[in-house]
Design a protein around this ligand. Structure first.
Ligand SMILES: [Zn+2]
Length: 241
């Protein structure tokens, strides 16, 4: 899970040089990098990676995609469709706010093979919405993405990772998968509407990332998960990575 690839600072910005070596290490590891569709398809390899970006920041187009393309890595970007062409304006936004891609850029990248999924229309906390507003956030963002790109928008990520069983059930009526912010790897028995992810802010030093890719990252991930559980009891969702 990535957000911004920039020097903006904070847990949702990974510096470009760091992203560059994270991807180089991934390429060197030989672990296959798959699209989300391929990762979720029957018969996917047991060890594989799918790369996702929340929020559709402009720096995905400018900085991340050139690096991904060089390696031939597919990626999925989750778009808050009502904020396209603007800046982040939701709770937890960086200061100054980071710009988001516009529709022309999204259309171009879609044609180049980037998968675009929904991150709702307005980036709300889904648990704060009534049923009607929830369905609108899910359906309108999907419709606009499909209209603008001419491609299916089958994947969803909830802002702040905030969901519940009823939210997941509503998501399942519109999408083929949903990624959260729960820290972990996607197992064969994973709920495709509650996919865990690896927060790459925790892998900004080479050692932990290389060990993870070598299949020796379980202890570090467990430690991170434990620390995160403590933090989640004391922080508000938009203050989290
Ligand atoms: Zn977000």
């Amino acid at each position: 899970m990535y957000h911004s690839i920039s020097d903006a600072g904070g847990p949702t910005s990974i510096p470009p040089a760091t992203f560059d070596w994270q991807m180089a290490a991934l390429a060197a590891s030989g672990v296959p990098v798959l699209s989300l569709d391929d990762l979720l398809a029957p018969g996917a390899p047991e060890r594989a990676v799918a790369i996702t970006f929340d929020d559709a920041f402009q720096d995905f187009a400018r900085t991340a995609w050139p690096i991904l393309s060089r390696h031939g890595f597919p990626a999925t970007v989750y778009v808050p469709t009502g904020r396209v062409g603007g800046v982040e304006d939701w709770r937890g936004a960086a200061e100054p706010p980071r710009p988001l891609m516009d529709w022309a850029t999204i259309r171009t990248l879609s044609a180049e093979g980037v998968t675009f999924g929904s991150h709702t229309v307005s980036h709300p906390d889904l648990l704060s919405l009534d049923r009607e507003a929830l369905v609108e956030e899910l359906a309108a963002s999907k419709a606009e993405l499909e209209d603008r790109t001419g491609r299916a928008a089958d994947h969803f990520a909830a802002p702040y990772g905030r969901d519940s069983a009823p939210v997941r059930a509503a998501v399942a009526e519109h999408y083929r998968s949903a990624a959260g912010t729960r820290l972990g790897s996607v197992g064969a028995d994973a709920d495709r509407y509650d996919l865990p992810r690896i927060e790459m802010f925790y892998y900004t030093r080479p050692g932990p990332w290389q060990r993870h890719l070598a299949g020796r990252g379980r202890a570090y991930l467990g430690l991170r998960r434990a620390l995160r559980a403590v933090r989640d009891r004391t922080s508000r969702p938009w203050e989290r990575a």
